[in-house]
Design a protein around this ligand. Structure first.
Ligand code: 5GP
Length: 180
């Protein structure tokens, strides 16, 4: 079992790059079919989605546009304790077919907020493609989560765009934290 250490934390290999890429190719096929006569706007949520977006978009053969935005979280007086602000929302959302590209859905809070904001701008349709989903951590049901790469256990993962304390985004495989 391949193990690595990032900032004194132990991780072991969980999903190899080849497995990730095979799955992404299949999602690409599905998207090319589903959006055959359309010109969707892919919106990647930074930072975590940049490698997933890069590999997925290479599989897309229909006309499309690509944009990125980020979510800034800060403590504030809201029911969840955190206020999320969307930065860099693309200007041309109205009337478009939007595909939101996420790295991982954990509780679903981030995505719920993103979808609410995007839908207020009156797109023609909105779907989400997330590379990873932790079903047992989900607290907010997300109907628009149409494309999921892998359902994973409720463990902390790193690599392929995902970080641990800012490190590990460059790893081509995905690793999960080991006990202790
Ligand atoms: P949610 O709002 O769904 O609870 O959290 C989503 C965000 O939390 C993701 O976009 C990601 O930034 C972060 N996150 C959740 N689980 C993990 C994980 O296992 N590893 C890493 N690196 N980030 C995670």
């Amino acid at each position: 079992m391949q193990k690595i250490k990032i900032a004194e934390k132990q991780f072991e290999i969980f999903l190899e790059n080849e497995t990730i890429n095979k799955r992404i190719r299949l999602i690409g096929v599905q998207l090319n079919l589903a959006y055959e006569d359309k010109c969707p706007l892919f919106i990647g949520i930074l930072n975590g989605s940049f490698l997933f977006m890069a590999d997925l978009i290479k599989e897309i053969t229909i006309p499309c546009e690509v944009a990125f935005m980020r979510v800034a979280s800060y403590d504030g007086a809201s029911s969840s304790g955190q206020v999320k602000e969307l930065i860099g929302l693309p200007p041309n959302i109205s009337g478009r077919d939007i595909i939101v590209i996420e790295d991982i859905v954990d509780t679903g809070l981030t995505l719920t907020h993103i979808l609410k904001t995007i839908k207020a701008l009156k797109p023609a349709s909105v779907k989400v493609a997330s590379l990873l989903l932790k079903p047992s951590a989900l607290k907010y049901q997300i109907e628009d989560l149409e494309y999921v790469g892998f359902e994973i256990p409720n463990e902390f993962v790193v690599g392929y765009g995902l970080d641990y304390n800012g490190l590990g985004r460059n790893l081509i495989d995905i690793y999960s934290a080991t006990e202790g």
